[in-house]
Design a protein around this ligand. Sequence first.
Ligand code: NAP
Length: 385
Amino acid sequence: MSDADFPTKVAVLGSTGSVGRQTLGVVRSLSGQFEIYALAANQNVDLLNQQIEIFKPQLVVIGKQQLKGKITKGRFKLLTGAGGLEEIAGDDKVDLVVFATTGMVALPALLAAIKAKKKIAIANKEVLVIAGGLVTKLSRENKVDLRPVDSEHCAIWQCLAGEKLNQVNKLILTASGGPFRGWDLKRIKNVTPAQALKHPTWSMGAKITIDSATLLNKGLEVIEAHWLFNQPYEKIAAIIHPQSLIHSLVEFVDGSLKAQLAAPDMRLAIQYALTYPQRQKTVFNFLDLVKSNHLDFYLPDIKKFPCLHLAVEAGKKGGTYPVVLVTADEILVEQFLKGKISFWQIPVFLEKTLAKHQSAPLSLENISAVQAWTKETLENLINRR
Ligand SMILES: NC(=O)c1ccc[n+]([C@@H]2O[C@H](COP(=O)([O-])OP(=O)(O)OC[C@H]3O[C@@H](n4cnc5c(N)ncnc54)[C@H](OP(=O)(O)O)[C@@H]3O)[C@@H](O)[C@H]2O)c1
């Protein structure tokens, strides 16, 4: 790295969210090595204004155009909408882009960052699940590595360091099993949003916590792993590991297993993605192996947690099925949290919606049409029950 590249100029897309806020915390703890060059959020103006005050970025994006006037005036360029995200992701001065947004809004920005050969740290799951094929094809063509921030994929990435992909026998993603592991089906069918929001090991946003309780999140992660590490679905497995200390494993053709262990803390994955290939001292809790001397593993129970299977099948079928999967799940989780549908109706309606879908090859053009179809189909199903 030349002096001109130091400190590394970072754009954080989704800076007001759970991953975004933790990213800014990591940047602060690595004092002086990174400069926050650009910040982007959708509507949380108060927090964005505080972040602008602290980090003094050169570029700021507010997703909602109508909130532009509420951003504190300052010596930065203010942009709006998905176009603004695309502009900062491709900006000449930016070295590293952190994708911590939800949904699909940052897809054009991700493609722009790849074309501009930026360093890319990616947490934005939906973009990889839906458009992983398009994204990874472009990243291979441009010789740009995607640095995964999701803890399981970061673990696999670390296990694969110095290894050859054609010598991988299996990628093994671990799952805590959520709060309802070991519950009988009758109890699971009637859980409340408050119960589902209590994740046993990780502290995350509401949507991803419910997805962890249904195990749909693990299905999404299987699809992500398929694209990120270019492995067929037959070589990707999910196992339950309640302690969440092993974040994932790689089994090689000679029977060797490599695992990455650490205390469950997203900041470690974020830091590794920022500082790669270097490792840096952290202030986070270290894992005490003697204190946590117990590691358990189980196969997931697909009858009690059908979302895992539904998600993996949608990934295997490909085309526009993952668009339906992600869109339907977003709506169903929202309806569950509002008390409009039961926990068990999440997989029931998801399965029905996927069954009604006629898939087409995925393109940038048909994503929003399939999202609209899914919304309409699901609304009809829910209203007719
Ligand atoms: N949370 C975790 O521990 C975790 C772990 C692994 C992977 N992930 C994945 O990482 C991604 C982010 O998760 P999260 O939990 O951090 O989500 P979150 O807390 O909901 O934050 C989402 C961020 O994206 C911003 N955003 C949303 N729409 C936008 C738009 N149209 N334009 C600009 N910014 C927009 C939000 O801004 P506002 O705040 O202004 O709305 C917020 O800053 C998701 O794909 C998730 O699956 C999360």
